[in-house]
Design a binder for this molecule. Sequence first.
Ligand SMILES: [Mg+2]
Length: 187
Amino acid sequence: MTTISEALAALSGGDLPADAVREGRCLKPPIGCGKPLISENGEARVFWNEDEARQYETEWRITGLCPDCQDSVEDDAAELADMWPAIRGFVAWLDESNGRDEHEKTLRILKVTEETGEVAKAVIGMTGQNPRKGVTHSLEDIADELCDVMITAATALASVVDNPEQVFAANLGRVQQRVNELEARNA
Ligand SMILES: [Mg+2]
């Protein structure tokens, strides 16, 4: 079992957040920049107001990442979180080669079922339930297949409505509200 700090250390050539904090610097590349948080002339390398400084310092003590590197990791995550431009790209690519009549839309919806089957295959494969095949899949395979389900479902959604972003956000909000209500009732 690998811990998160071990995984980070492996990626950063054995560097640990605790080492970075002890030495007053950022984690070494490729994860961080390895630079000291306070430059040699005693100035903080980036401008911090006090609130920000406290927040960044708390994060740094956990992740070993300086404010600049924390920001760039967050930017990457935010960019990835908005999947819709990529999904619209898939829809355009499919439209170009297949058109988008009712038959094509139906096939895009059915594709979700195909990918769901692949999740099931990975789950069964991870248990080694088939004695002839043994263990054929891992947790990563399951994660990959779950992502395929999400991507194909989003592509199908964007193929049948003009505003998939809003439809999805509304449904997410609806489920969120239901969970909040249940939590409030059980509190
Ligand atoms: Mg798949």
